[in-house]
Design a protein around this ligand. Structure first.
Ligand code: PEP
Ligand code: MN
Length: 267
């Protein structure tokens, strides 16, 4: 018996496919989530949403509660940010994803988000995992900064064990000895988790590399390894972004990557 059961391939042989409006997460489709690291203002989100939708992005992302390493960094707009994100998504018919950091905000975030994101730093916040396990919304569970594959799957098990089976796993890089990149994208983990679990797995090359010039190659690598989708940070003016500007692509740069993915039929 594994330390995880419900998430395992032994328990369920077929891929889990999560339906979200008109898109499927898992199975054969490749799901693209994109948007800024943080929701900064309404104008930016209303302008970005149609641009992203028209290039084939499926889910609009944007943080309203930001887990910043320094308490003096921009912490997000909170509920105002949730409203702006949800309005922008609704304006173009796109589902939205945003991070839930605190169990006390679970009802609030659930009112606005179509997918609830559990960030890397909270992967083993078991209270929070149990809480989203009781919510009727898909959950994106990011791999912890230094979590093993088994610990990550056990964290997902907490959510399924509470009754919520709509979990998407996200490989977002792990901490290694290499400082050139922000983290190290564990491509092998994507393939390994696809074997070990029936849950959809996506990759986040933005947080994995921290460098915009590495987003394209690592996106292709993750999809080639079997990822069911990508989460990529995009900002209209990366040099002035309030967070993660160095790893943020301009919308037109993402469009090129998405075109290449389709052309090469990696997905
Ligand atoms: C994010 O996606 O906004 C984020 C903070 O990512 P992570 O939890 O992977 O650091
Ligand atoms: Mn970010």
């Amino acid at each position: 018996m594994h330390s995880f059961q419900l998430v395992s391939r032994e328990h369920k042989k077929d891929d889990t496919i999560i339906q979200l409006g008109t898109c499927n997460i898992g199975g054969r489709s490749t799901l693209i989530m994109a948007g800024p690291c943080a929701v900064e203002n309404q104008e930016m989100m209303l302008e970005l949403a149609p641009v992203l939708r028209n290039m084939g992005v499926n889910v609009l992302r944007g943080g309203a509660f930001k887990p910043r390493t320094s308490p003096y960094s921009f912490q997000g707009l909170g509920e105002d940010g949730l409203k702006i994100l949800s309005d922008a998504g609704r304006s173009v018919g796109m589902p939205v994803i945003t991070e839930l950091m605190d169990a006390r905000h679970c009802d609030l975030v659930s009112q606005y988000a179509d997918i609830i994101q559990i960030g890397s730093r909270n992967m083993q916040n078991f209270t929070l995992l149990r809480e989203v396990g009781q919510v009727n919304k898909p959950v994106l569970l990011k791999r912890g900064l230094s979590a093993t594959i088994e610990e990550w799957l056990q964290a997902a098990e907490y959510i399924l064990a509470e009754g919520n089976h709509r979990v998407i796993l996200c490989e977002r890089g792990i901490r290694t000895f290499e400082p050139f990149t922000r983290n190290t994208l564990d491509v092998a983990a994507v393939a390994a988790v696809k074997n070990l679990s029936h849950l959809p797995v996506i990759a986040d090359p933005s947080h994995a590399t921290g460098r915009k010039e590495l987003i394209a190659p690592t996106s292709y690598a993750a999809l080639a390894a079997g990822a069911d989708g990508l989460m990529i940070e995009v900002h209209p003016d990366p040099a002035n972004a309030l967070s993660d500007g160095k790893q943020s692509l301009m919308p037109e740069e993402l469009a090129v990557i998405l075109k290449n993915i389709r052309k090469a039929k990696i997905a």
